[in-house]
Design a protein around this ligand. Structure first.
Ligand SMILES: [Zn+2]
Length: 417
């Protein structure tokens, strides 16, 4: 069976130029004793906006690993696919994030719901999940509600899984089921029964991505109570442990955190809880590599700085349009965005500092960072110019990408000093 390893990192590289720098961060972690499997992910939405094909990500991953002599497993993730768009990903991907968010809340057949509830009767009363205290108390009507909300989605996940399996063959890919892009988080008890459903669908899921409490906005820090998150995360790990034993799911089933990148406030908790229980982890970091490209170009000065200033000026004009597809995962305070005129007077370090995610730096502006994060379309519209500048300033840009991935993400998460 293709396995995603104990630790894996989902990395986005929207424009396909930074795979080597990302891989260098993974290799450096390996030297420090933390083996991480790189997974390059790109969603259908990103492909549509940029005009790339899933095969392009495969090409990049194969190329950068070969160049680096990296002979460990790596994957190409069909990120957040569903029944409507899975086809174009099947050939080139070997990791599939099966997204069932849009099916949640749709009703499965009445009889199927009844059967699920009957088949779950042994779990009513105190649900004795090792490591969770006090044990949650579960009722029939609660299981009915969970089945009404999630059973249809689990069946859809099964359908999508089988569609992929029919083409690729059973053991030739990693399956993840995700339901993080929804408004309401799943409780540990819900997660338990969802995993039962996935077991019944015989989906050999190696990773599961629930929605956690708190805001996971793209490219900026966690908004919420880190301690509450930690308790929920730990309970979910215990749920996975029991579900593996009860429902015939793969023994290496692990938690997938769709972090949206940069959740610095909770990384230390995630790292220490995973270590405490000797569990695996998939951490998806989203396409913030694009932000590092902008920061690197800003630092390079000259026409590169002028280019990113222009991107920002355009983003200000098109704020509404750029934010619309990401409405649930960004929170931009428009009044805190610096004006075009103000930014036009900035030098390299001022522009870079506004975007670079260094908490506590008074120049850091999370609103501007989020706007640029969703503004990659503007660079896509001037692709030739953008690529010329990336190539001309490659050293500076790839250093930014590397430092971001290694120092700010990997070291924080795994407590590497
Ligand atoms: Zn996600």
């Amino acid at each position: 069976m293709k396995k995603s390893g104990k630790y894996s990192f989902g990395m986005g590289d929207r424009f396909g130029h930074q795979g080597s720098a990302q891989l260098a961060a993974i290799i450096e972690a390996g030297k420090k004793g933390i083996e991480i499997t790189p997974v390059w992910n790109k969603s259908n939405r990103e492909h549509m906006i940029i005009g790339t094909e899933p095969g392009d990500v495969r090409k990049e991953a194969d190329e950068v690993t070969r160049k680096a002599g990296f002979n460990k497993p790596y994957f190409v993730d069909a990120d957040h696919i569903n029944m409507d768009n899975v086809d174009r990903f099947i050939e080139s991907s070997d990791f599939f994030t099966i997204d069932v968010a849009s099916y949640i809340g749709k009703l499965a057949g009445e009889e199927l719901i009844r059967n699920f509830v009957t088949g779950s009767s042994k779990y009513t009363g105190e649900l004795k999940i090792q490591g969770i205290k006090p044990y949650p108390v579960v009722t029939d009507s609660q299981i009915t509600n969970i089945a009404k909300k999630y059973l249809f989605a689990a069946q859809k996940a099964g359908e999508i899984y089988r569609k992929i399996e029919a083409v690729k063959g059973k053991d030739n890919f990693v399956a993840e089921v995700s339901m993080d892009e929804v408004p309401v988080p799943q409780t540990p008890v819900e997660l338990f029964f969802i995993l039962k459903m996935l077991g019944e669908e015989k989906i050999p899921a190696q990773t599961i991505a629930p929605k956690f409490s708190g805001r996971f906005n793209k490219g900026v820090d966690y908004v919420g109570d880190p301690l509450k998150f930690a308790a929920e995360f730990e309970a979910d790990l215990m749920v996975i442990d029991m579900a593996v034993k009860e429902f015939g799911l793969p023994a290496n089933l692990k938690m997938s955190v769709h972090s949206g990148s940069d959740k610095f406030a909770i990384y230390p908790y995630i790292g220490s809880i995973v270590k405490k229980h000797n569990k695996g982890l998939h951490l998806k970091t989203a396409g913030t590599t694009w932000l590092e490209e902008v920061i690197g170009l800003a630092e390079s000065g000259g026409d590169a700085l002028a280019f990113v200033k222009e991107v920002y000026a355009k983003a200000l004009e098109k704020t509404e349009e750029l934010c619309a597809p990401y409405a649930d995962v960004i929170d931009i305070n428009i009044s805190a965005l610096p004006s075009k005129d103000e930014v036009s007077g900035w030098n390299s370090s001022k522009f870079a500092a506004a975007l670079r995610h260094v908490p506590g730096n008074p120049d850091y502006n999370p609103n501007m960072r989020q706007l640029i994060h969703v503004g990659y379309k503007l660079a896509a519209m001037k692709m030739d110019e953008f690529f010329r500048l990336l190539d001309a300033n490659e050293k500076t840009v790839s250093q930014c990408v590397y430092e971001n991935m290694y120092n700010r993400h990997i070291c924080r998460l795994f407590d590497i000093k």
